[in-house]
Design a binder for this molecule. Sequence first.
Ligand code: S3P
Length: 174
Amino acid sequence: MNIVLCGFMGCGKTTVGKKIARYSGLSFIDMDKYIEDKEKMTVSQIFAEKGEDYFRDVEHAACLSLAKKDNCVIASGGGALTFSRNQEAFAGCTIVFINTPLSVIQHRLRNDTKRPLLKSGDADKLFFKRRPQYFKAANLVVRGSLPPKRVAQNIIKKLNLENINETAELKGDM
Ligand code: S3P
């Protein structure tokens, strides 16, 4: 069983994913980090030197590989689950959309320099274009405007992950 977190850049996928993993005992995987390790380049470098189409292909390959893992919480890249080929790759997984308002995302990313797609200045347009795709991909939608700990707790509750690991309670604090 894998849980895949999706949603726009800055919606909280990585922070929330780490908390779910710590609580449940599932392993945490960050898709962008997985791609960076494979390519031995940062995401920014891949976009700058090889282009977005190349990035989308390695991202798709990452989705296919990660879908084969088990007992993982996967924080996907913000664009990944907007493509039907990646939605199909994760068909056997539980996909959770962290639905965070644009205003919250804008605030969180105000000083970000690492995300190439924020440089174009079209992030707001992209946000609204992608929303329907996240809804389509998701088996579960959660409110992302809450503090990450609350978002994680809500996902744990809704997916019945409370009892997945006997030592979870001992790990207690997320
Ligand atoms: C992207 C989001 C990024 C990263 C890449 C492209 C996107 O991931 O995969 O910069 O298309 O929205 P985060 O959502 O983790 O920032």
